[in-house]
Design a protein around this ligand. Sequence first.
Ligand code: SAH
Ligand code: SF4
Ligand code: F3S
Length: 492
Amino acid sequence: MAKTSEKDFSIYFQPPSLKDAKKRGKEDVKVHYNFEIPEEMEGFGIGKKYMIRTFGCQMNEHDTETIKGILEQLGYTDTEDRTQADLILLNTCAIRENAEDKVFGELGHLKSLKRENPNLVLGVCGCMSQEESVVNRILQKHAHVDLIFGTHNIHRLPHLLKQISFEKEMVVEVWSKEGDIVENMPKKREGMKAWVNIMYGCDKFCTYCIVPYTRGKERSRLPQDVIQEVRELARQGYKEIMLLGQNVNAYGKDFEDMDYDFGDLMNDIHKIDIPRVRFTTSHPRDFDDHLIEVLAQKGNLVEHIHLPVQSGNSEILKKMSRKYTRERYLELVKKIKAAIPDVVLTTDIIVGFPGETDEQFEDTMSLVREVEYDSAFTFIYSPREGTPAAVMEDNVPLEVKKQRLYRLNELLAEIGLKKNQQLVGQVVELLVEGESKNNPDMLTGRTRTNKLVHFSGPKSLTGQFVHVRIDQAKTYLLTGTLVDVEKQASAM
Ligand code: SAH
Ligand code: SF4
Ligand code: F3S
């Protein structure tokens, strides 16, 4: 039993272990279809309000939708005002140190709120909860937290809330090892785009990355469950879906009695009547010819591929354990471009990996020039405790890393602008998202390739597809004019 100065912990104290998280068994993953709110918890949240702050990737955003779904089934309602909230959850991200710093900052801010309102239940969930060091730090320095749960036991939330209400003690329940797949949890989706998990976890173990520890081993949802969900979303009128997985190209590799991969899934989803289908994230290593062939059919499969490269240097890629070389990556890009000539490629890049030399960084710059990405997420390497790279010798000063990041971003901006300028004069299809945040007189929409376009038009077009001629290009924004307004109105 662990103790801190302020609180005792009872049987509800189940802390995580990164070592256990790494142990990958051969045991089968079962699928459960019987999620339900325990009878004694029905109506538990009536009259209470919740607020969730989400950090991190789409996977986490989507988990938040599930958590909201569960809370609303319990009777809770949503609030944006933290002073009104009876339950505040921080759904956290562990990918880089600055992501964690934000959460600890927020926890600090919430201390006074908790003092003013002792009945407030404050919880931490998501990827940081899966890290021992984080849980220990919360135990020692943030005893005002009431609940810690992880990424593998979201379905346990009603039980955990019940425990808190009885015990009034900190409840820590984090499963180090992933559990089974729980299929029918409620989800509160907002907007006209929907995220759909196709798989959970990651087995790639890139040496810098914490995700395989925080999200467990790769588990694919059964094709029929994914397809049924997509069909249902189409029926409900969603215009766009984003299929989610840490490494979607590994989809199906864990099926023992079925030969069905990501290409097969995309081919089946291609036949469903939903206008746009995206996916993220694809790992270059498992991106095969069958998938390229399927994507080249286009239709609802949009011509945008996010293909994280991380580095343009084969030695660094080896140290990262990415399992491809610069040459193999470039070959893959060539194949994709040949099959889908108007494809937009985007990527993720890490600069300043331990020991990265100037020459090795220049290889990343030259690869970026060669591929000509439309945009990229770029990061300075951040050591994550428990990962192999965290103990690699790193002799690159932070200043040098910052300089590299700056130069890389300059280059990406230059290429991005050039790519956008090539669109001027072209007519593109947009899914209209609504008023522009900066200028309420303008609407914004996204192209199939996910580029943001401003144009002027009636607000009633929100949620619809329109055609716009691109007039002007900036690095991160295009502006255009509606074409064929009447034809579009009659088609709606
Ligand atoms: N599964 C995805 C990546 C998820 S994490 C993939 O493999 O593509 C998103 C991005 O964060 C990664 O692509 C990588 O560029 C970056 N990242 C991950 N760990 C990092 C670390 N320790 N330091 C800096 N960037 C990191
Ligand atoms: Fe992390 Fe690599 Fe898995 Fe992506 S593929 S989540 S970078 S370990
Ligand atoms: Fe962060 Fe976890 Fe996603 S570490 S990037 S929230 S999978």
